[in-house]
Design a protein around this ligand. Sequence first.
Ligand code: BGC
Length: 303
Amino acid sequence: MEYAIGIDLGGTSIKYALVSKEGAMPYAGSLDTPATAGARAVLDAIATGVAACADYAEANALTPLGVGIGTPGVVSADGRRVLGGAENIAGWEGVDLAGGIEERSGLRTVASNDANAMATGEWLFGAARGASDALFVTVGTGIGSAALIDGHMWRGHGGRGMEMGHITVKCDGEPCACGGRGCLEHYASTSALVRRYAELAGDTGADGREIVRLYLAGDPTAAQVLSEHWAYLGHGIASMINVFSPQLVVVGGGISEAGDFYFERLRRSVGAQVIDVCAAETRIVPAELGNRAGCLGAAGLIL
Ligand code: BGC
């Protein structure tokens, strides 16, 4: 059986897994992203995850064919460099990601945008199996996206892909880390939810999971910030549906695992804004593979 190591690099954590061509994941783990420590520290941390997978493989007589990495930002068409657009990780611009990991691990490495990797995972093994037209949205530290159009993963000119997190949802909005203003990511990411809760409730240290727990317990501030979250995310997704008329919108990222109520509210918010005929055949569904999608799709770059 053929195996590859899949890495899902996020602004908060690095997930790593050994993945078979059939999508089995005999070994997986995660570690914190040293997101403010600079590119070298992030490369070292990724290499730690790769080494853990390689050690497991060796102990079990499995041979990984290489390393696939999903990273925030725009990746060069040859799958080697992060060109930019990954502001949630300090110094993660112009980085020779594939070279840095090959040097540290001795394994052939290919990189891709993290949302593209998640989308590939969900297309091959998850919620979008058999689909021809789908939009994929990841909601986490940032907001990532990818589109499957007419049975092909859309890559954009030169593989520069799509950055739905940076469409404008508020013209006179606050500055976003990307240099623009009023971006969807600035208002609808999990980081935005946490920032907004702290603005209203003071610094309680509540993260996304805690805000959801507070919401379910009837906390009015959590209800307000989640309502704002659904409104902004709903506007962003509705705009994308108006553009692409996909059959599916697959939403992933930790917050999307909150439960059915999360999707009911999100669908309502999209429904209030979208052109009905564009959305007539669009289902908005949770990612099926959860946190595993990124690693599966990243390993798919090799397999
Ligand atoms: C980046 C995207 C990335 C997303 C999720 C955004 O800030 O611009 O490239 O896919 O975060 O990590």
